[in-house]
Ligand binder design. Structure first.
Ligand code: ASP
Length: 332
């Protein structure tokens, strides 16, 4: 009898080992009015090369047996340092011509989370989010206080001008002009969609079956009055729970906050027993669509199922899982 149980257990263990979920990293570099032809072939190549580098950095961590959290951080660091994306260097400008950064990270194993908003000097916001999660008793910190804490953690500081790129400055000037023209024409909003997006995010699944999610952004061009987007709000732009899924979002933050997009996807998985694909379709193509918002999400399940979906024209995105590596910008 004992022997039979032992055999049964070992069969069970080997079945489980055979089905161990595959280590996976999924990333995005922002959703928006990304129609084919929006970028030149060489610009597209530059974006794809950077997405590829971020995927490889995250995947390398997982391959060495590292944690999902470390993979998420490694991938986001590469995109924060790149001027191509609206996070870290290359962040968009506020109405006052400043860069104010928002960030969050979440550990699906413990549901611990760290987030910060309104950062102006922290070179890599994702490192600060991680430090808030692991080295403070809090979840979220704002502006000066967050940066004071960052100093105690020995994080890299830069002058605000570090974040500026000429491309973003030109977009800012164009957005200001569009706003002025719209006001003169008494139109509601002069903001074309492509001034709104470009956030970066990552979700990962590690050898131990743990999930993690992170999101980092400069927010939306011309944001004012200390506006905070969805990225740093746990449950809106970022969420991870081993019992359901990990999500990082990008898009029109106000809608993502009101609809608690990230948590809604995970809740539908957890409470309604939906797959991540079913839950994401409902949230993005039904709820978000009907509300008038737009953007996209990357979603990863504990079994390795993943989704990269959006209701905008395109989304910079990529996934690496075993031999599979895919990178795309437009709807294909
Ligand atoms: N969701 C971000 C925000 O509203 C912007 C983006 O994803 O591009 O701040």
């Amino acid at each position: 009898m004992i022997r039979q149980i032992a055999i049964a257990l070992s069969l069970f263990a080997s079945a489980a080992a055979a089905e161990a979920p595959p280590i996976t990293i999924v990333i995005h570099g922002g959703a928006g009015a990304l129609e084919p032809g929006r970028y030149t072939p060489s610009e597209e190549e530059a974006y794809k090369a950077k997405l590829s580098e971020a995927l490889d950095a995250g995947y390398a961590v997982l391959e060495k047996g590292g944690m999902a959290l470390d993979a998420v951080e490694a991938a986001i660091l590469i995109m924060e340092d790149s001027p191509l994306f609206n996070a870290g260097k290359g962040a968009v400008f506020t109405h006052d011509g400043k860069n104010e950064l928002d960030v969050a990270i979440m550990d699906g194993r413990t549901k611990a989370a760290g987030a910060a908003t309104g950062l102006t000097h922290v070179k890599n916001p994702i490192r600060l989010a991680r430090a808030i999660m692991e080295k403070s008793p809090h979840v979220m910190m704002v502006g000066e206080g967050a940066e004071e804490f960052a100093k105690t953690q020995g994080l890299d500081f830069v002058k605000p001008s570090y974040f500026r790129t000429e491309t973003r400055w030109r977009q800012y000037k164009d957005a200001l002009k569009a706003e002025k023209d719209a006001a003169e024409a008494k139109k509601e909003s002069g903001l074309p969609h492509d001034f709104k997006y470009g956030t970066v995010g990552a979700v990962a699944l590690d050898h131990e079956g743990n999930l993690a999610a992170g999101t980092s952004t400069g927010g939306m061009t011309l944001k004012r009055y200390g506006r905070v987007g969805d990225a740093p709000i746990i449950g809106a732009g970022t969420y991870a729970d081993n019992n359901s899924c990990a999500v990082s979002a990008t898009g029109w933050g106000e809608y993502f906050i009101r609809l608690t997009i990230a948590r809604d996807i995970c809740a539908q998985v957890e409470y309604a027993g939906k797959t991540v694909a079913e839950a994401t379709t409902d949230v993005i193509h039904n709820r978000l669509q009907k509300s008038g918002g737009d953007g996209g999400v990357i979603v990863l399940a504990p079994n390795g199922d993943f989704v990269l979906d959006f209701n905008s024209a395109g989304m910079f995105r990529g996934v690496k899982q075993g031999e599979r590596k895919e990178i795309a910008i437009y709807r294909e």
